[in-house]
Ligand binder design. Structure first.
Ligand code: NIG
Ligand code: FE
Length: 412
């Protein structure tokens, strides 16, 4: 069989996450991390062709002269999947952070024309090259932390021309694999009077252009009191689905606004934030294929409640974790901080955190067939560390992985 082969040999331990993947990322226990000791992997053209104990490595690979990377002394696990970022923007909102810290609310700042709209002004004014340069630096910061798949949203331009430029900038990123999401339904731009009118415009003119130019695979919307109302959001997302987009929702972050229920009803890939949810929403999520994406660093910055992760997981909801990196509610790219907060504030176990950042997040992106676990046929996306796996998501502010591989190639 033709193709480029690379062999990664003799890792002390590989956490394959195969058990977690088999369970669809639900109710994950330590044994589901899939421990393989003294193990090797064979990768052909970026995909895993074989994985198992080194002593069973088929002779044909050992004999031929392939690129070989020895991983003795290392623990290997799937590359992290960062499934919710607002990576492409210009400027910062440090002055608003200071105001919020002095007691002004996020909604008050937004009502005064700050918040998302202040980032909108800076983003519209930036060239595509500048947006791409800023975003590349941020993508590198994620890659350094073990991220091999990165979701990137638009949503800071809020008009046709510049939303497309944001997505084009995301399309130029090098390093991790990128999944692009169209989020023009993020705030009401000054050119429109009502959310309904703006959504109508997006559905009529912008969604078809994004589709035609293949600039995004997914459509997201901020369903929230004071932002997009659930009913108009439903019509918009139905239109997106009819055009062939997958959907997701920023749901029930600041108030119970119907976003989670809507996500389940529409068969959305994910409902993100899901903080203000009750038992009914949790039951609905558990019975669905919609992943709950939890974003605890935003909750830290917003000084709000954390999502009821324990109840969700125990009820059978599949959860993912992500940074929500953005200049307003989560100006942090620290994936270790996310995992640490999940453990400290949301009572998630370490195996649950590892699964949420791999298998759970792969589902949130609709890519669980390809990424999230290390199994034959899936992408050879992995990280290696000389540390014990039990020390993951324990410290913040330091590099956790020595090697970061996307499709068998070192990206960091
Ligand atoms: O995920 N909630 C809406 N969107 C972002 C915040 C964006 C911003 O404030 O710039 C979020 O928290
Ligand atoms: Fe967000």
């Amino acid at each position: 069989m033709a193709g480029k082969i690379a062999i990664f040999t003799k890792a002390d331990l590989i956490l394959t996450l195969a058990g977690a993947a088999r369970q669809g990322g639900r109710r994950v226990k330590e044994a589901d991390l899939g421990f393989l000791e003294k193990a090797s992997m064979v990768c052909r053209d970026g995909r895993l062709e074989w994985i198992g104990p080194h002593r069973r490595l088929p002779k044909q690979y050992a004999r031929a002269r392939h690129r070989e990377v020895e991983l003795k002394g290392s623990t290997v696990l799937p590359g992290l999947v960062e499934c919710h970022t607002h990576l492409v923007f210009a400027g910062d909102r440090a002055a608003e952070f200071e105001q919020r810290n002095q007691g002004v609310s996020y909604q008050e700042i937004a009502a005064r024309g700050g918040g998302i709209l202040s980032t909108m002004k800076r983003t519209r004014a930036a060239s595509t090259a500048e947006l791409a340069r800023l975003a590349q630096h941020r993508a590198d910061v994620f890659a350094e932390q073990g991220v091999t798949t990165l979701e990137v949203k638009s949503g800071y331009a809020l008009n046709l021309k510049d939303e497309l430029r944001q997505l084009e900038a995301a399309g130029r990123l090098k390093g991790p694999r990128v999944r692009r999401t169209f989020l023009a339904a993020h705030a009401l731009p000054p050119e429109f009077k009502t959310y309904e009118e703006y959504l109508e415009f997006l559905g009529r003119e912008v969604l078809p252009a994004v589709k035609r130019k293949k600039l995004a695979e997914r459509v997201d919307i901020f369903v929230e009191k004071g932002f997009f109302p659930a009913e108009a959001s439903r019509r918009y997302l139905e239109k997106a689905k009819a055009l062939g987009f997958q959907t997701l929702i920023h749901a029930d972050q600041l108030s119970l606004s119907g976003g989670t229920r809507l996500a389940v009803e529409l068969g959305s890939l994910s409902a993100d934030h899901v903080i203000q949810v009750g038992e009914g929403e949790i039951r609905a999520l558990a019975a669905s294929e919609t992943t709950a994406v939890l974003l605890p660093s935003a909750d830290l910055y917003m000084k709000c409640a954390y999502p009821p992760a324990r109840q969700m997981i125990d009820a059978g909801v599949r959860v993912a974790l992500a940074t929500d990196f953005n200049p307003g509610t989560s100006p942090s790219q620290d994936v270790n901080l996310v995992g640490l907060l999940a453990r400290l504030e949301m009572k998630m176990t370490l195996p649950e955190v590892i699964s949420a950042y791999t298998v759970g997040a792969a589902h949130a992106l609709g890519r669980a067939q390809e990424i999230g676990s290390l199994e034959v046929g899936k992408c050879a996306d992995f990280v290696n560390t000389t540390a014990d796996w039990r020390t993951l998501f324990y410290s913040v502010g330091e590099r956790s992985y020595q090697g970061v591989y996307c499709q068998g190639s070192l990206i960091n």
